[in-house]
Design a protein around this ligand. Structure first.
Ligand SMILES: C[S@@+](CC[C@H](N)C(=O)[O-])C[C@H]1O[C@@H](n2cnc3c(N)ncnc32)[C@H](O)[C@@H]1O
Length: 175
């Protein structure tokens, strides 16, 4: 399932930006999506992945098959990159885990160049509203909630797409 989502997210990323120089994947896991993007973006200078789990970053290092891939342990809420460092930021099925989603999105906006693109894929559905009353209270698990956070973080031009099954959706936005 994660590989299908990554494949579709890669297609979407290419459709919004065909020639980014620098790409960041937040919550990159084992780096599968970045390896796909490295193949799709031969002109890119750097494809960076960050993940909160050291074991994921270790696995990503082991699987890295391209010298432009760089992996770092860290969190969305505190990205260790300067302002305007990336043309494209992607993230698949990680956003729901971020401790502070608004802070994480503000970090995405900060590290993107003006006009840069975000591709954010995760579970967003009204079917998940009951979960907001229980353990996932406060999480942006609907398009409406996530959209509000994206706009508050400085994003515009939001466009939603169904990515996988009923609840995995992707939003693209620019800063
Ligand atoms: C379900 S996995 C998805 C991994 C990969 N993106 C994929 O689609 O296969 C969620 C990942 O998000 C990472 N994660 C959780 N909270 C994070 C945060 N605040 N900042 C960065 N990564 C985070 C986890 O360590 C985990 O590797």
């Amino acid at each position: 399932m994660h590989h299908d989502i990554a494949g579709r997210a890669a297609e979407l990323a290419v459709s919004v930006d065909a020639t980014p120089r620098r790409v960041l994947d937040i919550g990159c896991g084992t780096g599968y999506l970045l390896r796909l993007l490295a193949a799709r973006y031969p002109q890119a200078a750097e494809l960076a992945g960050i993940d909160a789990a050291p074991s994921m970053i270790e696995a990503a290092h082991q699987a890295a098959d391209d010298p432009r891939l760089r992996f770092t342990v860290g969190t969305a809420e505190r990205l260790p990159y300067p302002d305007d460092a990336f043309d494209l930021v992607v993230s698949t099925t990680s956003f729901d885990h971020w401790a502070d989603q608004l802070v994480g999105l503000r970090e995405c906006a900060r590290v993107l160049v003006p006009g840069g693109h975000l591709v954010l894929a995760d579970q967003f559905s009204l079917l998940l509203v009951p979960t907001l009353l229980a353990g996932r209270r406060g999480k942006a698990r609907t398009q409406r909630r996530a959209g509000r956070l994206l706009v508050a973080a400085g994003f515009e031009g939001l466009a939603w797409r169904n990515l996988y099954e009923l609840i995995i959706k992707a939003v693209t936005a620019t800063v």
